[in-house]
Ligand binder design. Structure first.
Ligand code: AMP
Length: 191
């Protein structure tokens, strides 16, 4: 069983690569960004609470996100494995994820980190903003804030997995197919 954390800054290609990983390995895709956007679309209390944070490019509070992931895992505990996309984004979330997986006798197999220069991310996010309809992709100040939040709050998560010897660097530039090849090379070795 593979349980993978796909890690990387906003715009590093986590969503795109997750789709390809899901197709090839049959894992269940758990994207906290997608789940939060779904809650917003449905106008749930959780969605309303998350809205302000998301529009500014800030992190939604840990307790809210952790509970949402916990609920999702509980309904899918028979999955072949999970691909976590956009989660964990804080060390607190990473610890909570380990705890919740433990309940099902599961662990994270590896954390794949998509490495992309910040100058390239800015270009990609602005480009995505033209079609994604995402407010947080359309405004330079919000993009800069997301990069700042990533540097301050999310990069320590890499160290957390490095200490567990689960941190795998993936060069996140090049064609979608070539990046996916790096990923499959790593995942096939882990299976
Ligand atoms: P994403 O689609 O992963 O870029 O996420 C979009 C937005 O949703 C982020 O900028 C945050 O506001 C929120 N979000 C997504 N995942 C998390 C998370 N794990 N922890 C806190 N906030 C999150």
């Amino acid at each position: 069983m593979l349980n993978i954390v796909l890690f990387g800054p906003p715009g590093s290609g986590k969503g795109t690569q997750s789709e390809l990983i899901v197709k090839k390995y049959g894992l269940l895709h758990l994207s906290t960004g997608d789940l939060l956007r779904k809650h917003r679309g449905e106008g749930t209390d959780l969605g309303k609470l998350a809205q302000e944070y998301m529009d500014q490019g800030n992190l939604v509070p840990d307790a809210v996100v952790i509970k949402m992931v916990e609920d999702r895992i509980a309904t899918e505990s028979t999955a072949k494995g999970f691909i976590f996309d956009g989660f964990p984004r804080t060390v607190n979330q990473a610890q909570a994820l380990d705890q919740m997986l433990l309940k099902y006798d599961l662990t994270i197999t590896a954390m794949l980190s998509l490495e992309v220069e910040f100058s390239e991310l800015r270009i990609r996010l602005r480009e995505r903003g033209k079609t994604s309809g995402r407010k947080d992709d359309q405004d330079d100040a919000k993009i800069e804030n997301r990069i700042k939040v990533y540097n301050q709050e999310t990069t320590p998560v890499a160290t957390y997995y490095e200490h567990q010897q689960k941190y795998v660097r993936i060069k996140g530039v090049g064609s979608i197919e070539s990046i996916f090849q790096f990923i499959t090379h790593e995942l096939d070795a882990l299976k």
